[in-house]
Design a binder for this molecule. Structure first.
Ligand code: HEM
Length: 474
């Protein structure tokens, strides 16, 4: 067995921690895999490898290694690994998990055109986000300063922005069917990096075991796809060719136009996958960022006070924030950047794979190798950040209080597959955060301080907490 395990690492492949026979290093990923990987990089170097049972993965750590691969070798590091789990979920089609090639290009282009078109053609997207912000703060107000868990409210409000683009409509905050779909979908985001998921990727035959968390993952996925199929059908009723109302219409028009073309990547199935991916990629991430931001504001009242001061000095009384104010709010920008750096919403990015054999830092990495981008290690890279373990918005400000961009800041990743929704997410975070803090002071219920330990998954989110949003005197 020893010999077999040794052979799994090809010649010239990056070194890594010793694997346990059969299951390799999978067990080491059970708790805080991003932290484990950063520690391993201190032993084996910025580029090292892990044995994940039946296959190996290369882990990239620190800003220099990630820039070298994702940016300087952009074409090489832009694929997604054909893991059994992803093959089962989306057959490597759709958008986020699509193989690098024509299908991915077409789906990415269609989605980014929809974001631009359905955002700016009818009514500027920031105006629509502001309308949602008002529903959001009014719903918070209903708690009258009493403790509440903001998770569902933030999720509903944030998902409504992608709903507008995809379906042309927002869903009310009491739409239980949609909420249930998001809930089990985000449970899958968590399960996708559980030990069971890694085991399934190494030993796909465990599909036939009657137990295991992977079974839950499959059941959730079936329910989500079923739900999406139904609402896609409902929202495509009344479609008129050449007059798309939203992303669904746009996609179906493309599908119609490509009828008869055998090589087309457009299909009803890929539409369901892309809609699901856009909903979850857009909701889970932005929601978690805002939930962390609320938590840190209540935890650090002095930082919150500075945010309030800036809001009050830039906005007149009764004047809602707008995107145009962003330039005049460097402190708010610094706070949101520090939340993204410190909280590491997507700590390991989304798994990549190589499109061809390549050489990096003297190591041979064959075509089709799975690549893990440890974005957490970029944000805690001592070469680029002073005292990275401290939450300090000031690192994004110069001595005059002006906002400064930092190179080793990659919450949206880098290269050809970098986050498609970055622009949208930035607008949402700014508008939701400023609208909320303009109206409320956030504080924990007396005598309580919530845990800062994240809940593990593809994304890091705070454990459920209660908070009081008390109306401010203005
Ligand atoms: C991909 C982060 C919001 C859509 C990604 C990736 C990261 C990320 C790290 C992986 C890129 C890679 O492969 O290296 C975030 C964060 C967000 C956010 C931190 C919010 C704070 C959004 C929003 C949307 C979105 C609002 C759209 C509605 C996508 C899509 C991909 C992606 C479609 C896959 C891109 C591709 O494979 O070509 N995001 N994201 N994201 N994100 Fe986001």
């Amino acid at each position: 067995i020893r010999q077999l395990v040794k052979q799994r690492r090809p010649r010239g492949f990056p070194p890594g921690p010793s694997p346990i026979p059969v299951i390799g290093n999978i067990m080491s990923l059970a708790t805080e895999p991003h932290v484990f990987m950063k520690k391993q990089s201190e032993i084996h170097g910025q580029i090292f490898s892990l044995d994940l049972g039946g296959y190996s993965a290369v882990v990239l750590n620190g800003y220099d290694a990630i820039r070298e691969c994702l940016y300087h070798q952009g074409d090489v590091f832009s694929d997604r690994p054909s893991l059994p789990l992803f093959m089962k979920m989306t057959k490597m089609g759709g958008l986020l998990n699509a193989k690098f090639g024509n299908g991915w290009i077409e789906h990415r282009q269609l989605a980014s055109n929809s974001f631009r078109y359905f955002g700016s053609f009818q009514k500027p997207l920031d105006q629509k986000i502001l309308e949602e912000c008002m529903f959001f703060v009014d719903a918070i107000d209903e708690h009258k300063g009493k403790p509440f868990n903001p998770k569902h409210l933030v999720t509903n409000a944030v998902s409504n922005i992608t709903n507008l683009i995809i379906f042309g409509e927002r869903f009310t905050y009491d739409n239980c069917d949609f909420q249930h779909m998001i809930e089990i979908f985000s449970e899958n985001v968590e399960l996708a990096v559980s030990g069971w998921a890694f085991l399934y990727n190494a030993f796909p035959w465990i599909e036939y075991l009657p137990f295991g968390k992977h079974q839950k993952l499959f059941r959730n996925a079936a329910k989500v796809y079923n739900f999406l199929e139904q609402i896609i059908r409902r929202f495509s009723e009344g479609r008129v060719c050449n007059f798309p109302r939203h992303y669904i219409d746009d996609y179906l028009n493309k599908l119609d136009k490509s009828a008869g073309d055998l090589g087309t990547p457009y299909s009803r199935e890929n539409l369901i996958y892309s809609v699901g991916e856009l909903i979850i990629a857009g909701t889970e991430t932005t929601t978690n960022t805002l939930r962390w931001a609320m938590l840190y504001m209540a935890l650090y009242p002095n930082i919150q006070e500075k945010v309030h001061k800036e809001l009050d000095s830039v906005l007149g009384s009764g004047q809602s924030p707008s995107l145009a104010d962003k330039k005049r709010m460097p402190y708010v920008e610094a706070v949101l950047h520090e939340v993204l750096r410190f909280c590491n919403i997507v700590p390991l990015g989304i798994f990549r794979a190589t499109t061809q054999d390549t050489l990096v830092s003297g190591y041979n990495i064959p075509k089709g190798t799975m690549v893990i981008t440890n974005l957490y290690s970029v944000h805690f890279d001592e070469k680029y950040w002073c005292d990275p373990g401290t939450f300090s918005p000031h690192r994004f400000l110069d001595s005059n209080g002006h906002f400064v961009r930092r190179e080793a800041f990659l919450p949206f990743s880098l290269g050809k597959r970098h986050c498609l929704g970055e622009h949208l997410a930035r607008m949402e975070m700014f508008l939701f955060f400023t609208t909320m803090l303009q109206r409320f002071h956030l504080q924990f219920p007396p005598g309580t301080v919530p845990s800062l330990t994240p809940k593990l998954g593809m994304t890091l989110q705070p454990l459920p907490y209660s908070i009081c949003a008390v109306r401010r005197q203005q």
